[in-house]
Design a protein around this ligand. Structure first.
Ligand code: FE2
Ligand code: FE2
Length: 327
């Protein structure tokens, strides 16, 4: 593969790295075959506790939803809604990657296959939440309409390299978020359902991580710069949803997803696997980007420690209030 591809050598101008998509096409074809070989087929309907279901109020005259009906913890309920609304925006994600990666050849096959796999996630989560009466169905639907009507625009839509780097980290972030939500949610059926989704997200992460590894070989300096930019500006795909900041604070305090989780369970595993901090044979910009990544991870570690200290104080205060309040 040539790193002297004029489209790549053009740097960070819009779509300047479009030639990289052509260079990576054989890797996409190989990874797609590998992915389809290890993907385990599963049926969303098998993960929904239908026997808990009841008609709701409205045309069917059923029972209105009440918070006491929810089998979930407060943190689990909040995280489950954030995760579902994030999955709900799939049409926007599809539009973004179809526009960038194209609809032809192996790239196009991957885009459609990935979309089909992802569609199961919102499907099974919504069925689970409604059948188990875990969340307010009206509030959920209102939030979905607002969130999807706003659409999603990728921060990285101008660059194939940045987009590949972003999704490698983001798929792992999504996996960890689903997995930890399941552990925290307080319902074994919910945990089992989220663990199944998390297994899909893990395969998506591996696909994109392997693609990023190939990009580091084809265009090491540009890929290193893309990783530095993605890490330092990382935002979860659901950041635009209604009430995101407040929900994110609850999720962080609950230990489902916070700076420590982001650093230790998402950023560091990918950085380590790709040997981002130790890769040699880089040009000046690659070396510079590599140093920036190292500095960023160190700074994030300090921030994560501060957040952990604050979290410990808040949790201790809450425990003390619970102990002193009359039963
Ligand atoms: Fe998903
Ligand atoms: Fe995914």
């Amino acid at each position: 593969m040539s790193t002297a591809n004029p489209a790549i050598a053009g740097g960070r101008a819009p779509f300047a790295d479009a030639g990289l998509l052509i260079d990576l096409e054989p890797v996409v074809a190989r990874e797609l075959d590998r992915h389809l070989g290890v993907f385990r087929e599963w049926m969303p309907h098998e993960y929904v506790p239908w026997s808990r279901g009841l008609d709701f109020d409205g045309p069917l005259g059923g029972e209105p939803w009440e918070p006491a009906q929810s089998p979930l913890t407060e943190v689990g309920r909040t995280a489950m809604v954030v995760n579902l609304l994030t999955e709900d925006n799939l049409p926007s994600y599809h539009r973004e990657i179809a526009t960038l990666f194209g609809r032809d050849g192996a790239w196009g096959t991957w885009v459609d296959r990935w979309t089909a796999e992802e569609a199961r996630h919102s499907m099974v989560m919504r069925d689970y939440l409604l059948a188990s009466r875990a969340v307010d169905p009206r509030a959920l639907e209102t939030a979905r309409m607002t969130h999807m009507s706003g659409g999603f625009v990728s921060d990285n839509r101008h660059s194939a390299l940045r987009s590949i780097a972003y999704v490698a980290f983001q798929e792992l972030a999504t996996r960890v978020s689903h997995r930890n939500t399941g552990r925290e949610c307080g319902d074994p059926a919910g945990e089992q359902m989220l663990a199944r989704i998390a297994a899909d997200e893990n395969l998506h992460m591996i696909f994109y991580r392997n693609l990023l590894a190939a990009a580091l070989e084809v265009a090491p300096d540009q890929a290193m710069r893309a990783i530095a930019e993605v890490l330092t500006g990382f935002r979860m795909p659901g950041h635009g949803m209604p009430g995101f900041e407040r929900a994110a604070a609850t999720i962080a305090l609950g230990g489902v997803y916070n700076l420590r989780v982001h650093l230790d369970d998402v950023l560091r595993p990918v950085v380590r696997y790709l040997k981002v901090l130790t890769l040699g044979a880089l040009g000046p910009d690659g070396v510079q980007a590599q140093a920036e990544i190292g500095e960023y991870l160190d700074a994030l570690d300090a921030q994560a420690r501060n957040q952990e200290e604050r979290r410990a104080v808040i949790l201790a205060r809450r425990a003390a209030v619970r102990q002193s309040s009359p039963r």
